[in-house]
Design a protein around this ligand. Structure first.
Ligand code: G1P
Length: 297
């Protein structure tokens, strides 16, 4: 029977070392992408796909995340007093977006461990996992398509993107077989961050998963893998290799716009790409950017 998915889990316990010193006292999830913190894009995406129950797996130094999705009475009162309704609306929007829960990861044992921490909250239901470093353009469809496939196949679904073969060492990489659906592949194997030589394909997992609750038992028995961490990819490999356990693993191949905010260079690109498309910034930014680019050698 298809289950109506309502829960999203967002692992957000990472230290953000790639962005030091910006992330010394501030969570990397709060870095602004144009004028919204990266994490808000991800919560908005979950909500747009109907997932209004959000569990964030956090750690030390993450109180700014809780504050961002909470009321800030003093700020609201000041904006109201000034009659700045537009900004007040923006402030309230993130507060009212979703029902956000928080759980600390405790030991930093990897993505698989972070997802396992969601077991009690999720219970015996399929659920989504969204990684904060990836932003999917709101004009392109991904998560709702994955949820649809999860329901119809009663399987585990991951989002795949074809990447430059030189970049396989940054991703979980899948061995795939075609299905009758143009944008869906069956996954027969998965390996975490293989070298270009070892990679079975260039189909990379991007940070969106729709999982069945069986993943928790598998994660409990998954030993540390790459980097000494409990890898979600390794647990998914177990499911892919044993399709009788939980219906196997399928990939929805994403061909839309995805922005990586986990890396400094890609973060800068993401801000520029999103800003040029904005009605309030694009018209001025575009001509400036052209002139600026012409001046580069
Ligand atoms: C994680 C996963 C990896 C996946 C990637 C997507 O790696 O372990 O399998 O491809 O997210 O962004 P991370 O980027 O957290 O190192």
């Amino acid at each position: 029977m298809a289950f109506h998915i309502t829960k999203a889990v967002i692992p957000a316990a990472g230290l953000g070392t790639r962005f030091l010193p910006a992330t010394k006292a501030m969570p990397k999830e709060m870095l602004p992408v144009v004028d919204k913190p990266a994490i808000q894009y991800v919560v908005e995406e979950a909500v747009a796909a109907g997932l209004t129950d959000v569990l964030m797996i956090t750690g030390r130094n993450k109180t700014a995340l809780e504050n961002h999705f909470d009321r800030i009475g003093e700020l609201e009162a000041t904006l109201l007093q000034k009659g700045d309704i537009e900004r007040l609306r923006k402030v309230n929007y993130s507060t009212d977006l979703a029902e956000v829960h928080y759980l600390r990861q405790g030991d930093p044992l990897g993505l698989g461990h972070a997802v396992l921490r969601a077991k009690m909250h999720v219970g015996d239901e399929p659920f989504a996992v969204l990684l904060g470093d990836d932003i999917i353009d709101e004009r392109d469809v991904l998560l709702s398509r994955m949820i649809e496939e999860q329901a119809s196949r009663n399987a585990t679904i991951v989002a795949l993107l074809e990447v430059d073969p030189k970049l396989t060492h940054l991703y979980g990489i899948a061995t795939v077989e075609a299905t009758d659906d143009d944008d869906v592949v069956r996954i027969t194997g998965l390996v975490e961050k293989p070298s270009t030589e070892e990679a079975p394909s260039n189909y990379a997992i991007i940070g969106r998963y729709v999982l069945r609750p069986e993943i928790f038992d598998i994660l409990e028995h998954t030993p540390p893998g790459k980097g000494g961490e409990i890898q979600l990819t390794d647990a998914l490999q177990t499911l892919a290799a044993n399709p009788d356990i939980a219906g196997g693993v399928y990939g929805v191949v994403f061909r839309g716009r995805r922005y990586d905010t986990g890396d400094r260079l890609d973060y800068i690109k993401a801000i520029v790409q999103l800003a040029v498309d904005r009605d309030d910034l694009g018209p001025d930014l575009r001509p400036w950017l052209k002139t600026f680019a012409e001046g580069l050698d």
